[in-house]
Design a protein around this ligand. Structure first.
Ligand code: A3P
Length: 314
């Protein structure tokens, strides 16, 4: 598995484009990043020192990040906090599991992370190839969740629209965003490289990278919660199962439960994003309400081409 060398180039020397919504993007090691994330990504690459007990949650935006954060936090801390006293009742999943590039390295190049109790749980939207090298070189574990790109695209554009304009995306903006999404010129795009990077890493080392699908969690949350716990080396004991702990964690982290908590209904995350906007519909197949058959066909063809031979099926 080869990692790119840290680039010392400045952002201005790299290819740049304007996103459909006017925000500037820069192409770094094959990944389109919002320009404002370039420095934090470099800082994370340079300074992050992974510990073998760390857990990293990786996702494309709108693939189930919030859900995975809540589940992993609950599974990993189940002996620290009883369910009825979990910090999830008073803090958003994003407050409990910070993003490397959007929180941890957002303001400081080299923050002190040593005193965070183990297991430290971080998240990222970075491509696998952009991850700090120490993440690969230690035994820390990576959990990736992907989502059908049709739903991920619709969820993302609705999220951006709700936060910027407070309503559903207008069809013209949707068309423009769609075109750029299909070209891969999209925040954290191309989606196929993002997904394949983690998929291949999972195939190469399944004990290090767990590959989950949003749709599988929707279909059978119990088996997926068990899978996460086993992957983390924290399997549920028979006693815990008999006590109904898996159901309690699944229930606490369900869409309805999290969405109805006061902390997730009000307030903002990352300075600008409404907490409530992280909980829209939580359904599989909502793309059919927004994309024309031709649009859907185009993404499906892209998926067929890009994922051909990978063994990855949606
Ligand atoms: P929709 O916009 O399709 O409703 P992310 O957490 O990566 O930002 O992804 C957000 C998407 O996950 C949104 O999808 C949101 O509604 C959904 N989601 C958030 N919490 C969820 C949960 N606990 N269970 C299922 N889906 C959830």
């Amino acid at each position: 598995m080869k990692f790119p060398k840290m680039s010392s180039r400045s952002c201005s020397e790299l290819e740049q484009r304007e996103s459909w919504d006017g925000s500037p993007l820069v192409k770094y090691c094959g990944c389109w990043l919002q320009v404002m994330l370039f420095r934090p990504v470099l800082a994370a690459q340079k300074h992050f020192k992974a510990k073998s007990t760390d857990i990293l949650l990786s996702t494309m935006p709108k693939s189930g990040t919030t859900w995975l954060k809540a589940l992993t936090f609950s599974i990993a801390n189940r002996n620290v906090f009883p369910i009825d006293q979990t910090p999830l009742l008073t803090s958003t999943p994003h407050m409990l599991v910070p993003f490397l590039e959007l929180n941890v390295y957002w303001e400081q190049d080299n923050p002190d992370l040593e005193n965070i109790p183990s297991p430290r749980i971080f998240s990222t939207h970075m491509h696998f190839e952009l991850l700090p090298v120490s993440i690969r070189e230690t035994d820390c574990r990576i959990i990736y969740i992907c989502r059908n790109p049709l739903d991920q695209f619709v969820s993302h554009i609705q999220f951006l629209f709700r936060n910027k304009f407070g309503k559903d995306a207008d069809p013209a903006a949707m068309d423009e965003a769609f075109e750029m999404y299909c070209q891969g010129i999209y925040s954290f795009g191309p989606f196929w490289d993002h997904i394949l990077g983690y998929w291949n890493a999972h195939l190469e080392n399944p004990g290090k990278v767990l590959f989950l699908k949003y749709e599988d969690l929707k279909e059978d949350i119990t088996s997926q919660v068990k899978k996460i716990a086993e992957f983390l080396g924290l399997p549920f004991s028979q006693e815990e199962e008999e006590q109904g702990l898996i159901d309690q964690i699944s229930g606490l982290c369900s869409f309805e439960s999290l969405r109805n908590l006061a902390v997730n209904k009000t307030g903002i995350t990352l300075g600008v994003l409404k907490n409530s906007s992280f909980f829209r519909k939580g359904q599989v197949g909502d793309w059919a309400n927004y994309l024309t058959p031709a649009m859907a066909e185009r993404i499906k063809k892209l998926m067929d081409t890009k994922f051909e031979g990978s063994g990855l099926l949606f």
